[in-house]
Design a protein around this ligand. Structure first.
Ligand code: DAK
Length: 260
């Protein structure tokens, strides 16, 4: 697929994925959603070596300022349902991706942009970043998982307030609420995300994938997360990586994980 709205750069097994719609503050139009679907569903899984992905927005003003408002003016209820279902499926591809995906939030993360950041495994925010779910200002609600993920990250009390008022919060407040992992100087988001990914890249790749899988089970309705953890633990103990990790510990050397 030729990407019109995504730029992909690779360095040392880490992919930097940039949403390139700067004039519209990187708003997610349907073409970008299809490209994200292809990237996370078809393209990235086959890339090897791949230790992680950093997702950011072009420019320095916005990560993503929402779904593209200009595209959903004529939606009826049925088309709205289809769009929400598709958007949720795309964001599940990110949340269930087997290698860590870090959002480098370099400005506004509003509506679908806040939902996109929340679908990533970790979030680094620039000091100037702003988060919010302002859909109620438009007479709609979040449709890409925002009502579910925001509550799970920040709790029902503050989450409901943000969803009902449409208020924005700054990066420090997002950090205090547990919505982001760290706040850095503007322009340093990608660098900080790369440092974090490099640290994770030294761990056992199968273990990293299984941590993500087990943690996702916390949020899956009808899933017994403790049973999922037992299965995931069993899968990691059977790996060559575990033998290597244990041997390296005993020999007092750094492990050389192969992801097997
Ligand atoms: N969509 C389309 N264009 C956008 C946009 C967006 N979300 N946000 C900004 N832009 C465009 C502006 O129209 C403007 O374009 P031009 O007029 O220059 O052509 C350009 O980006 C620069 O924006 P501003 O001139 O407004 O810049 P300011 O610095 O004055 O303000 C702002 C920055 C981020 C505060 C402001 O742009 C803003 O409030 N933007 C909208 C934020 C917002 O409400 N975002 C949430 C959208 S609702 C659904 C599923 C999901 C969703 C909806 C439906 N279904 C399943 C049906 C999700 C909805 C959302 O995300």
């Amino acid at each position: 697929m030729t990407y019109n709205n995504l730029q992909i750069e690779e360095e040392g097994g880490i992919l930097l994925l940039t949403i390139q719609r700067e004039k519209a503050l990187n708003a997610l139009n349907q073409e970008t959603m299809r490209e994200l679907e292809h990237f996370f569903g078809e393209d990235a899984p086959g890339r090897d070596p791949l230790r992680g992905i950093i997702l950011t927005g072009a420019g320095s003003k916005a990560f993503v300022a929402g779904a593209d408002i200009k595209e959903f003016l004529d939606l009826d209820a049925e088309a709205g349902r289809r769009m929400a279902k598709h958007g949720q499926e795309v964001f599940f591809l990110i949340e269930r991706f087997t290698r860590p995906v870090i959002a480098a939030v370099n400005g506004f993360a509003l509506g679908g942009g806040c939902e996109l950041a929340m679908a990533c495994h970790l979030r680094i925010a620039g000091e100037h970043a702003r988060f919010g779910q302002p859909e109620v200002n438009l007479g709609i609600i979040p449709g890409f998982g925002g009502t579910q993920r925001l509550i799970r990250y920040v709790g029902r009390t503050k989450g409901l307030e943000l969803l009902l008022t449409g208020d924005m919060i700054d990066a420090q407040e997002a950090h205090r609420l547990g919505l982001v992992n760290a706040v850095v100087a503007p322009g340093k988001e990608v660098e900080a995300a790369r440092t974090l990914l490099s640290k994770i890249a030294g761990k056992g790749p199968v273990a990293v994938a299984k941590v993500i899988e087990a943690v996702n089970a916390v949020f899956e309705d009808g899933t017994d997360g403790f049973s999922r953890e037992v299965e995931a633990f069993g899968a990691t103990t059977g790996t060559e990586d575990f033998k290597e990790g244990a041997a390296a510990f005993i020999a007092k050397r750094k492990p050389d994980f192969k992801g097997k």
